[in-house]
Design a protein around this ligand. Structure first.
Ligand code: SF4
Length: 480
């Protein structure tokens, strides 16, 4: 009998994974499982329309089905130099639109990418890069995160020199400092970032532009500059008691843990916020030894960021399996301390009131004050990009959207000639695969801006832009 059901991925036992930062919750398909799952794909490529980076998903799922993972990796590399990373942490919107969603379940596109990529320790044996001579052009990339690294890779393989300026002592950006190691292992980061750097990138770690080197010097020294600085400026809520020791912003908390700090979170942790960062902070707290971790969110479960999507469901399932408790429709209003030590959080229960536009607004019921003990509070609520390092002259020239992000043209260039931008500091989606898309676009934009299209190594190795247009005449699951 034919079996059209999605091949279930196995998960590590929650008790075991909570004991370590290196045990991945999601296990890998066996060879039989991976090829069986890939074989369900009908190759319609509807999913490509939902992939921000426009990967040839039908193509690489097909090569996986016929047992050719090397070809899978080659196809992915047409647009994305991180198959094993994205194969673990992608928001995989492609699966939400797969035509098989209601017929046995969507193809496990994300797991299949990891399944193929993890078979290779060294991509240089798989990805047959073009022979190139470096041309006399050099690009500065500010920020060594997913967007900057992607741009570095595609420019380097075309023979354009790049220098990456990173304020931290490590490369990877949010992949390294925002996503915990149990979801994204260090070996995976090392393998994929190492492959990019090995193409000849010049790396300046611990080098903050604006502090260690002037932005205007980069603008004059390089032929183009790319802003890939992410969205790393934490914004605290300002709740009374925020200055107490034991109150963190999630970005600082996750970064410190990622860089090796041993934070004593105590027995009880309250995380404020309802998005993916709140989940990561709560699960990290459990691994740091907390006995009780609560996520407080002011709206309903169905209002949480990223919902509805398979990704939001999966992450919440894993978080609940790890005994984190969600508290919906609550408003914390004071962090309580005794003798300088945080001891708890005062909060109100909310009532959801439907507004004229149909959106439910949380309204605190202030007549009753509730209280929960807490040794640590982590705010996973707000963050913004910080462009102050540009200096007054360039800040005046940089045109911003109403959200405070740079306005870019169809090539990724800002209002400043020669200054490109992408990733979380620029796009509203703020996920890894969208950051990759921005860098793909900027690769072509920068090469055209430098007027070197006739000197590059091989245009076959340019990122494939707008692949989705080829498939846009057909409709996905939502129009069945
Ligand atoms: S939409 Fe689903 S069935 Fe169609 S190509 Fe993508 S993964 Fe395969």
């Amino acid at each position: 009998m034919l079996n059209f059901e999605r091949v279930k991925i196995k998960h590590e036992d929650p008790e075991r994974r909570l004991k370590s930062f290196t045990v991945e919750p999601v296990l890998e398909y066996t060879d039989g499982e991976g090829t069986a799952e890939a074989s369900r794909c009908i190759g319609c490529n509807i999913c490509t329309q939902a992939c921000p980076a426009g990967l040839d998903i039908g193509g690489y799922v097909r090569s996986t089905a016929v047992g050719d993972p090397a070809e899978t990796v080659r196809i992915v590399f047409e647009n994305l130099p991180f198959p094993a990373i994205i194969g673990r942490v992608c928001t995989h919107m492609c699966e939400d639109i797969c035509v098989l969603y209601d017929d046995g379940g969507p193809i496990a596109i994300r797991h299949l990418k990891r399944f193929a990529a993890d078979k290779f320790f060294d991509y240089s044996q798989v990805v047959n890069l073009p022979k190139r001579n470096f041309i006399n052009k050099k690009v500065a990339i500010i920020g060594g995160g997913p967007s900057g690294l992607t741009l570095a890779y595609y420019l380097l393989i075309q023979g354009v020199q790049v220098a990456i300026y990173e304020g931290l002592p490590v490369l990877g950006g949010f992949m390294k400092t925002g996503i915990p190691r149990y979801r994204l292992p260090q070996e995976t980061l090392d393998k994929e970032i190492g492959f990019i750097v090995s193409q000849g990138a010049e790396i300046h770690l611990n080098t903050k532009v604006g502090r260690d080197i002037k932005f205007e010097d980069l603008m004059s020294k390089y032929d183009a500059v790319y802003l890939g600085i992410g969205n790393h400026d934490p914004r605290m809520t300002g709740t009374p008691g925020s200055n107490t020791a034991g109150v963190y912003h999630a970005l600082n908390f996750l970064q410190d843990v990622s860089l090796g700090s041993k934070i004593d979170v105590g027995k009880s942790v309250v995380v404020i916020g309802g998005g993916f960062t709140a989940n990561d902070a709560s699960r990290t707290s459990m691994r740091l030894g907390a006995e009780h971790v609560y996520i407080m969110y002011r709206r309903r479960e169905i209002d949480r960021p990223g919902y509805p999507s398979m990704n939001a469901e999966e992450e919440m399932e894993e978080t609940v399996e790890e005994k984190v408790q969600y508290m919906w429709e609550v408003t914390p209003f004071e962090y309580v301390s005794e003798n300088g030590h945080l001891v708890g959080v005062k909060y109100w229960q909310n009532e959801m009131v439907i507004e004229a536009q149909g959106r439910a607004k949380p309204v605190p019921k202030k007549e009753k004050v509730l209280y929960i003990e807490a040794d640590t509070v982590i705010e996973a609520t707000g963050q913004e990009p910080d462009f102050s390092f540009l200096g007054d002259k360039y800040l005046r020239q940089l045109r911003l959207t109403s959200h405070g992000t740079p306005i870019i043209d169809e090539k990724g260039m800002t209002s400043i000639d020669g200054l490109f931008s992408g990733g979380d500091c620029t796009n509203a989606i703020r996920d890894l695969i969208s950051a990759v898309r921005d860098a793909d676009r900027a690769t072509v934009g920068i090469l055209e801006h430098l007027n070197v299209m006739d000197q590059i190594a091989d245009d076959k190795w340019l990122p494939v832009l707008d692949r989705w247009k080829k498939y846009s005449a057909t409709a996905g699951r939502s129009k069945k």
